[in-house]
Design a protein around this ligand. Structure first.
Ligand SMILES: Cc1cc2nc3c(=O)[nH]c(=O)nc-3n(C[C@H](O)[C@H](O)[C@H](O)COP(=O)(O)OP(=O)(O)OC[C@H]3O[C@@H](n4cnc5c(N)ncnc54)[C@H](O)[C@@H]3O)c2cc1C
Length: 473
């Protein structure tokens, strides 16, 4: 059957659904093509189940930390693995059902089940049907990369697709990848009683590009979890599990019941037959696109969400879907929409927040950095959580805030405050003039801003005396 429409959207995840809504709102006749069961990665095997597991882990940790406050439980904490996982899945399934309910408004003839691939720029094949559109949105998401040494592990291997389906907590777990996803799940399983070790080829942690914040995160999290950074790992199936042997910055060997691979998420583009689309691709095979219009070159194809391999977090997938959907509907016109300040949170303990462009990419502007240690925060000490660091960057030319990195208690909330003032284009002085209650964690932000303002004021003198303002302040 040949189906004609204005906009064909490939993928009914967060980005694809946002694209559908925006395209129809702009008056287009849009169709969504979906290969899987729907429900979105975020709800089914991403943000939500991982945060549910972390919430259970936090509950165990708060019991363990009772001693800090002079409290004790009679008897011992019993962790019922199947019950923990069942609660996670029950709540996860509610989120998925919520997504399904919200998408049930899409008429049946505006959704097509099947794997889509390009025949031409605006012509697609979907399981026996062909769809021709004025414009196409690629919103196919991403999937876990499984590096070669782990492919032969069979059912011992877990990814985000399978880890949330485990019937019980494994006795031991090797986590491959010290990025946000690997670290969050490693800590959660560790706190729930699984013996965990983390492996990574590089020495970065949680995606932190600020070296001082990264060191702080490595030290604090490394006290709880063995972090084998800078290692190459070999894996093979043996009696009782998977034997991992590693070499590099550290060496060793150990048998783990399961191996969770969280070693990056390449975009789902390989099944799309992109060569037929005529799109220009980068060296990784991702279409080149304008991040303010989501348009791929001069074509009638738009891209959104993890498929674009640019900002792989949920709120960006949603924004990109909305931009792509609207512009696909308006094609050949394309409206530019300025993007929000980059912002990401990692739900480890301590939490991690990253705001603005990564520090290395700001190097040319020689940012001034104000930093405070959470050891000096009254509120953090009250809470018994006084570990971590907060660093804020400002432009030395005009004092405008550029971003920052936070490793510390409730960094998700402090990160939002920082993201708000950065996006508003406030200077360090202006942000310092805002109200801060006492005693709060927000006072740490004020402390970092005070230091920034102090440095910015002395900057002309410092420059005259050719003093150096490095990132270690
Ligand atoms: C474990 C984990 C934890 C995460 N935690 C967070 C978090 O705390 N906060 C946060 O902001 N982000 C988090 N993320 C990232 C977030 O989930 C993603 O950025 C977001 O879900 C991407 O949405 P998307 O629409 O691009 O992709 P998806 O939701 O994956 O949608 C893509 C859809 O395209 C379909 N598809 C693919 N190829 C085809 C094809 N050829 N034809 C038809 N359909 C196709 C797929 O079946 C899928 O339904 C997490 C991710 C993971 C894995």
């Amino acid at each position: 059957m040949l189906i004609s429409c204005d906009v064909a959207i490939i993928g009914a995840g967060t980005a694809g659904l946002a694209a559908y809504e925006a395209a129809t709102e702009a008056g287009a006749d849009a169709i969504v093509l979906e290969a899987g069961p729907g429900g979105t990665t975020c709800a089914a095997s991403g943000c939500m189940p991982s945060k549910l597991l972390i919430a259970a882990a936090e509950a165990t940790e708060s019991v363990r930390r009772l001693e800090t406050f002079g409290l004790a439980l009679e008897g011992r904490l019993r962790i019922d693995g199947p019950a923990v996982l069942a609660r996670m899945r029950r709540e996860r399934d509610r989120f998925v059902a919520g997504v399904m309910r919200s998408t049930s408004g899409i008429p049946n003839d505006k959704r097509l089940r099947g794997h889509a691939r390009f025949l031409r720029e605006t012509r697609l094949a979907v399981t026996g049907n062909e769809v021709t559109a004025r414009a196409v949105v690629i919103a196919t998401g991403s999937r876990a990369a499984v590096p070669k040494p782990f492919r032969a592990l069979g059912d011992l291997l877990l990814t985000n697709e399978s880890v949330f389906e485990l019937p019980d907590l494994p006795r031991s777990l090797a986590v491959v990848g010290a990025g946000p996803l690997g670290l969050e799940l490693a800590q959660a399983f560790g706190r729930l009683g699984t013996k965990v070790a983390v492996f990574d080829q590089g020495d970065a942690i949680a995606g932190l590009r600020d070296p001082v914040a990264a060191r702080s995160a490595r030290e604090i999290i490394g006290r709880e979890l063995p972090l084998h950074l800078g290692t190459e790992v070999e894996a093979r199936r043996v009696e009782g599990g998977a034997e991992l042997s590693w070499s590099g910055a550290s060496e060793g060997g150990e048998v783990f019941e399961r191996v969770l691979v969280a070693a990056g998420r390449p975009p789902n583009l390989d099944g799309l037959a992109l060569r037929n689309s005529g799109l220009a691709l980068d060296e990784r095979g991702t279409p080149l696109f304008d991040p303010e219009t989501m348009r791929c070159g001069e074509s009638a194809v738009f891209i959104a969400g993890d498929a674009g391999h640019d900002r792989p977090v949920l709120h960006e997938a949603s924004d990109e879907g909305a931009i792509a959907g609207r512009n696909a509907a308006l094609w050949p016109k394309a409206e530019s929409r300025p993007r929000r300040v980059p912002f990401a949170v990692v739900y480890t303990d301590p939490e991690i927040a990253m705001v603005g462009p990564p520090l290395p990419s700001l190097a040319e502007r020689k940012p001034v950095i104000g930093a405070v240690d959470f050891a000096d925060s009254g509120r953090a000490r009250i809470m018994g959580r006084s570990a971590g660091i907060l660093r804020v960057y400002a432009d030395p030319e005009d004092g405008r805030l550029l971003g920052g990195a936070i490793v510390g208690p409730e960094a998700e909330h402090l990160g939002h405050l920082l993201a708000f003032v950065v996006q508003r284009g406030l200077t360090a002085d202006e942000a310092l003039a805002l109200p801060y209650y006492h005693p709060t964690l927000e006072e740490s932000l004020r402390g970092a801003l005070r230091k920034l303002c102090g440095q910015l004021r002395t900057l002309p003198e410092a420059r005259a005396g050719s003093m150096e303002f490095g990132p270690g302040s």
